[in-house]
Design a protein around this ligand. Structure first.
Ligand code: 5AD
Ligand code: SF4
Length: 483
């Protein structure tokens, strides 16, 4: 076998030379991998194409950009279907159906691999941090080549290299880490906007949620590193950034020199070239008055807050370990709206948490009516093994389904009314792409995240322009450019 030969000739030497320090070690393996890929290409017939399927949240999307950067650097070219030489699934496990989707795709990719035995299949992300999942992959999905988790995505080059050298499945899962490895090549999906990780992991242990188990303990990046990255992005032409963390409001508390999230925002605001600042996700229990003030005073921070309520019932919130009451949440919303009447609020809601009664559910409906969210992501409670809620008494499925339908209807009614509130005004729009349905139109977003379609050419992409909002279509606007 070709790789075996390479292994015999070179591996001893490589072990001698691979630096221990990161990210130097990964640059070393990137070079090694690149050499193998180039050789395979030269020998003919090998295209070195790759495809990444990403599930789940913004954190995973950001991780996929990093994975993409590493693969390109190694000599791979991206394609948009799974008919590729390397297919990577960046998985999510927050709800069970996210897992099921991955198994479905694995069945399909197995059929592709039978036709193209040289194909590499890799799995990473949150689902791989669950030992039962990894056991199942090892047993029933032997054709998978590389399995890694959420803590070591920066190691992709080394893992692929090891796989090519060893000829068998490489599994590398870390239980946790305090290490944050940055400064590896990363790809950006859009040239004009980018996510920036400010922290990793979560310490909240909401009783339904698997994230703290699969993403590990909360770790904040040093503010100086974040600012350096934002400055670099601005120099590259990025105008909008999204600061990412599971719970951004507790940013910086565990750093050697603690700093608040509000203070970080003040510093990010000073970076020239950055026009819009967004952030995700806020936990209501940690949202400070200081943050509200910084948002209010800011010209750059978008008037949008994603503030997951999860449930409107204080009793259920207690069982969820959310550490706020219905009244505290509503009071927080009141303060935010008082400071910024034009704020757009969005939320996450779980229906059918164990023990949820009709009265509890009505409290959730009541919060939705009072807050009037621009939009709400509604989820049916999904039991996650290993979380405290998994041991609690479930609500019957038909009851949950009925509540879910009622909630969705209310949420949609309200957002239809709320979203159109800026109609007949001129607003700033960051143009993101050509409209895929209407010839000669482009699509962009308002600061509050609402979509706007208007006539224009692709030269506008990445620019912030004034747009008159002619008509509200409920969840989006039709407009025309001003001036
Ligand atoms: N079941 C249903 N929804 C969940 N979420 C997290 N865990 C679960 C679960 N076990 C939802 C929460 C969270 C969002 C990202 O996913 O609403 O805010
Ligand atoms: Fe999960 Fe709660 Fe952490 Fe969000 S704050 S990631 S819901 S444990």
């Amino acid at each position: 076998m070709e790789h075996r030969e390479f292994y015999d000739k070179n591996y001893g030497e490589i072990l001698d030379h691979a630096p221990d320090r990161e990210p130097e070690r990964q640059y070393y393996f990137l070079d090694q991998l690149k050499e193998i890929i180039e050789k395979k290409k030269r020998e003919g017939g090998y295209q070195a194409t790759f495809h990444i399927e990403t599930y789940g949240c913004q954190m995973n999307a950001k991780d996929s950009e990093k994975l993409c950067g590493i693969l390109r650097q190694a000599g791979f070219t991206e394609v948009d279907t799974e008919q590729a030489d390397l297919v990577l699934y960046n998985t999510c496990t927050v709800r069970e159906n996210a897992n099921l989707k991955v198994y479905g795709h694995l069945g399909y990719v197995h059929s592709l691999k039978k036709k193209n035995p040289g194909m590499l299949v890799a799995l990473c992300g949150c689902m791989m941090q669950e030992p039962e999942v990894v056991a199942k992959i090892k047993k029933d999905y032997r054709f998978v080549d590389v399995v890694f988790g959420t803590h070591n995505i920066f190691k992709l080059a080394e893992l692929l290299y090891d796989r090519l050298m060893s000829g068998h499945m490489e599994v590398d899962i870390w239980e946790g880490t305090t290490e944050i490895v940055e400064d590896l090549p990363a790809e950006r999906k859009y040239p004009f906007k980018s996510g920036v990780n400010i922290m990793f992991g979560c310490n909240n242990f909401c009783s339904y949620c698997i994230v703290p188990y699969v993403r590990g303990r909360e770790r904040s990046r040093e503010p100086e590193e974040i600012i350096r990255e934002v400055e670099q992005l601005a120099a590259d032409g990025v105008v909008e950034i999204m600061l990412l963390g599971q719970n951004v409001n507790s940013y910086g508390k565990t750093l050697e020199h603690p700093i608040s999230f509000a203070e970080l925002l003040r510093r990010v605001e000073k970076v020239d070239g950055i026009e819009r600042i967004r952030f995700m996700t806020s936990h209501p229990k940690d949202l400070s008055d200081e943050l509200i003030q910084v948002m209010k005073d800011s010209k750059k921070i978008c008037r949008h807050l994603h503030l997951p309520v999860q449930s409107g019932s204080t009793e259920i919130l207690t069982k969820m370990n959310r550490r706020y009451t219905k009244e505290q949440y509503l009071e927080l919303v009141r303060k935010i709206k008082e400071a910024m009447p034009d704020i757009s609020l969005t939320t996450d809601i779980i229906v059918g948490f164990p023990g949820e009664t009709e009265a509890d559910f009505n409290d959730t409906m009541d919060v939705v009516r009072q807050v009037r969210y621009d939009s709400a992501f509604t989820f049916i409670y999904s039991k996650r093994t290993g979380t405290p809620a998994a041991k609690m008494e479930p609500v019957p499925e038909d009851v949950v389904k009925d509540r879910f339908d009622r909630l969705l209807k209310l949420v949609q009614e309200i957002s239809g009314e709320v979203c159109g509130r800026d109609v007949h005004t001129v607003q700033k729009v960051l143009v993101e792409e050509k409209n895929s349905h209407l010839e000669g139109y482009v699509t962009g977003r308002l600061g509050n995240n609402t979509l706007v379609h208007f006539p224009g050419g692709s030269d506008l992409i990445g620019k912030i322009v004034d747009v008159y909002l002619e008509e509200s279509k409920g969840f989006y606007y039709m407009g025309r450019q001003e001036g």
